[in-house]
Design a protein around this ligand. Sequence first.
Ligand code: FAD
Length: 531
Amino acid sequence: MIRVSQVKVEVTKDNFEALKEKTVAKLGIRYKTLKDLMIVKKSIDARDKNNVMFTYEVNVTVDNEDRLIKKLKSKDVSKVNEEVYEIPEHGDEILNKRPIVIGSGPCGLFCALTLAEAGFKPIVFERGERVEDRINTVEMFWKHGTLNTNSNVCFGEGGAGTFSDGKLNTLVSDKSGRIKKVFDTFIESGAPVEIAYENKPHVGTDILRDVIINIRNRIIKLGGEINYYSCLTGVNIVDNKIKSIVINKTKKIDCDVLVLALGHSARDTIKMLYDKGIDMESKPFAIGVRVQHPQKMIDENQYGKYSEVLGHASYKLTHQAKNGRGVYTFCMCPGGYVVDSSCEEGHLIINGMSYNKRDSENANSAVVVTVNKEDLGDNPLDGLEFQRRLEALAYRKGNGKIPVQLWKDYKDNKESKEFKTINPVFKGKYSFANLNEIFPYYINESLKEGIEEFNKKIKGFANDDAILAGVESRTSSAVRMIRNNNFVSNVSGIYPSGEGAGYAGGIVTSAIDGTKTAEYIIKKYNNEFLS
Ligand SMILES: Cc1cc2nc3c(=O)[nH]c(=O)nc-3n(C[C@H](O)[C@H](O)[C@H](O)COP(=O)(O)OP(=O)(O)OC[C@H]3O[C@@H](n4cnc5c(N)ncnc54)[C@H](O)[C@@H]3O)c2cc1C
């Protein structure tokens, strides 16, 4: 099989036949000698707005492949080396008790799945509800404002990304085939096949929910167990080794291997673990607002005259502010909703979500400013406290609702009175407030400079009527749980993993970290003695 990259097809003439013809032309071979063609990657090249093209990478089977590669001597044509994922051989150390995984976000689910596939029968404890029930709880919260602190947009089966755009972007390069394993599992569980090759794959919250149910069923079928309404509230450590855990303050369970796939919103659990002596350090993060623009405006900016054909454009913008801080857009949701993602009483946070069709009238993205270790004190949990303070202020300023402000009024430091040319698209209740009063001066200053700067790249980004909302505080973990090269913390048997432990950011990287964590457990232990 040969991999051919940089095959260009005009967006208005895009179909499989056209792709085959372009590939054949690029290889300089006759059409009938092409035996098979499979798309590996598809992206949009919109650098020239008058000539926007699809760029493909494909695998093809043709006659005399080695001779053809030699003859062409092109960096765009090479032999295919397929990455095949393999679960490692298990180790020798006897494991008498089933491994325990805390949390069923992407990290916990993929850790449990890999353990189950290797015959380790994991037991998962999840503080929130199963996804079917969680959907109702979240809908009720958005409608009436009654928060369930264990089951919400951040907590519950599927984890933080369940009510999301389901973007499956990753910048990680991974020759071990783990990324392919994650994508294959998503597709086998109901995600669209296009995610395997699209440059910016996206599932949407509606489809993601079914994917989660199917992954859960797979874990259970392989001998795993998932317990809901089961919050890890304590750990018993003896001679620097995990001995048992406590669920819901009452149930003690003996334990030799404990995976912490908590996500970064479980501040109560993170604090408990810190108090119990788990080594942690603070890490930089970013905080800011979420901005809404008409999706049509973004499409026209990004795709010019092709916007009708391509639609749903996204963007990624960065700027170095004069005060030295990075300002950047994050988690852009085309045709999405700004959602109230609160999980703690008296604290308000927001995030972005889209359905698979991405058909709301607005685009939204977080615009965030970096907060460095130097902005915080010496305590590893200072970053969490910093976020909490701002979230509490957001709650107060919005009277418990999402605080919102038009861009012009934010610049002019005054509360907005009404929406103007852009209709608000929210999930959850909202209320006008002055966002300047939530953030420290350096964040307001950086946001204002950044948004003006982004207007030079996307005309209309600094539209007076653009709708800002706060506070976008959960972009990444503010703390890292320290682990060694075998993924073990300073306490033997405890494996911190995923986003909450500070080793991932996003659905795919969290799933990969969970998979890797499972591999280290499999390589160390022998599962033959599991009861
Ligand atoms: C609204 C929203 C939209 C997002 N959109 C995207 C996107 O489009 N693409 C993307 O890549 N990323 C997105 N993200 C980020 C992404 O969701 C996270 O990076 C990812 O979910 C982290 O995975 P995780 O498994 O490490 O942690 P989480 O997904 O946070 O999962 C942690 C799990 O642990 C459980 N838990 C916590 N504490 C305990 C305890 N004490 N006992 C038992 N269980 C516990 C929680 O209930 C939760 O289910 C979004 C996040 C949000 C909130």
